[in-house]
Design a protein around this ligand. Sequence first.
Ligand code: AMP
Ligand code: ZN
Length: 680
Amino acid sequence: MKQSTAERIEFLRREIDRHDRLYYVEARPVIGDRDYDLLYGELAELEKLHPEFHDPASPTQRVSGEPVAAFAQVVHDPPMQSLDKTHTKAELADFAAMVGRELPGEHPSFCVEPKVDGVSISLRYEKRRLVCAATRGNGSVGDDVTGNVRTVKSVPLVLDGSAPETLEVRGEIYMTREGFVRLNEREEDAGREPFANPRNAAAGSLKQLDPKEAAARPLDIVVYNSGGAGCDGFSSHGEMIAKFREWGFPVPPWSRRCGSPEEIFAAVDELEGLRHSFRFEIDGAVVKVDERRFHQLLGATAHGPRWARAYKYAPERAETVVEGITVQVGRTGVLTPVAELHPVELAGSVISRATLHNADQIARQDIRIGDSVWIVKAGDVIPAVESVIVEKRRGNERKFEMPAFCPVCGGPARRGEGEAAVRCVNPACPAQLQRRVEHFASRNALDIRSLGGTVIEELVSRRLISDPLDLFSVRTVDLYALEVSGHRFGKNALTVSRSLEKAKALPLHRWLFALGIANVGVSVAKDIADAHERMSDLADSPVLKEVLANDERKGRERRILAIKVEAAKATLAFFAGEYGRRFMARMAQLGIDPVSEKRPAAAAQGPLAGAGCVITGTLSRPRGEYAKMIELAGGVMQSAVSSRTRYLIAGANVGAAKTEKARKLGTEVIDEARLLELLG
Ligand code: AMP
Ligand code: ZN
């Protein structure tokens, strides 16, 4: 029997939820992007044709919320509490002793978990659907940030059928370390103030009034506490967490069950050793009594539960001296002051420089040349000055002033309207050119091997290049003859020219990233490339224009809404501008027009153009081999038969039920011989 539309929609929603969970929560996707997009596209289309089946919990609706003027208030019952903190093992031992005293004759055990440094959140589900997500606020009343939290892909919108109908859980929204670094690069390229750490970045993202803005931020969640409803009936915390996991929530990736204070000490020490290995930053451990009946007995104070304690790790910081402040010129001309530090070791590496971001930042922190400072690693990676040790001032420290001219080309430096950054506005600035070429040749861009900073410096100062594309016209003999720090460049020239040759065939997203357009980082470039066929389509792209027009394009939300308005604007401006037009003209001369790796299926050529194919059963050659042949012939591999499948290739041992079902969906069932025929 053919599925009804309602059944099909329901099937697709659950299937997409399942794949989202495999991808975002369990990090083990079982289908490729293309298959996912087919499912998603089919669902979006059906929903458009049948608005009567609209459902805010549909995976297509993650970014459907409208901007709000202000957040509604949500009352927390029970209140969202903080945690009492300990800083020493002695204090932890006191905690265990207190628990022992309060529970005479009992043998409580403890769970040790990472203390995730993010923003606490409460999630409420009714009929197993997410209905409300709220921040802690003052503990009793928080902000309703449901629209923003829905955009976090690892937050289940619909729970597994084994979950209670009504459920409230609590956890932490965080920004991954990697996401934080990327976000800050983007902020700085765009001349905005970067975030001090992942926690601030996560908090700022949740407070966006427009869910589309929040959707563009790399947020994630971990759930570790009961919020009341639906969480009774577990005998232990550990058991509850295991259930949360089953119901579809990400839970702490590490925990230890301990019976004695010694075991707790060992666990918090072990965790401290792992502190930099998580995707999130942690600022300590949380020790919780495992048995939930003891939670009742122990109760809570006004501040936090008496059955749990935070154990804070000492912040990792180091003291050093700011020996000077220099100014760096970035790819987009942004002048960045950098602290030149007396080298010092911190969390496993030697640090001698730290970006100070901009003049405002220096003024705010009142950092002077000669100051003793504490340095930390923001997001565990980027060295930053935490604070000045004012007591160590001797009076001979000097204030820093941002130069009015570019330190490299001497051109005027201007502060853009509404920007924290000052930029060198000379388009021919050699420092900018140097950075642009470095970026152009970098690993995620065109990956030109052997072309390091000093080589580029030589090329720029000898005027062999005045634009990144000039690399393609530099003669190999000229490269060969270059002197780089006293050495003949020689055979390295061949590596460079081989890389350049390879670069010509690289896919669109690599080229787009290589252009160094503000707001277009690796992943944005990928998103934009996915929605286009070739570079020459970008200048007049209807997709980008639509992003600007703020159209929702729900059908491809997962890919296209990731394109921020600013990125779309900058990309269009790049190709419409004089430089962009000249760039494309030269690309045409060079015969390069990079193609998207993921062209829309309809554009595929070949005997199977656009035909969805599923392989089942045993074939005489490996499936992967056939899959490759099918894709080369323009076919689209799918993992399961759907109404969009044209051919089911049935090998040996395929049950009649399966082929029958396929036929009912309008799929042609063919054998291996017929496939070979079709492939020609
Ligand atoms: P603080 O914000 O420093 O007062 O610490 C208390 C907060 O730690 C709680 O409100 C939670 O948001 C957060 N937290 C992070 N990880 C955990 C965890 N594993 N268990 C309980 N709370 C946690
Ligand atoms: Zn300059």
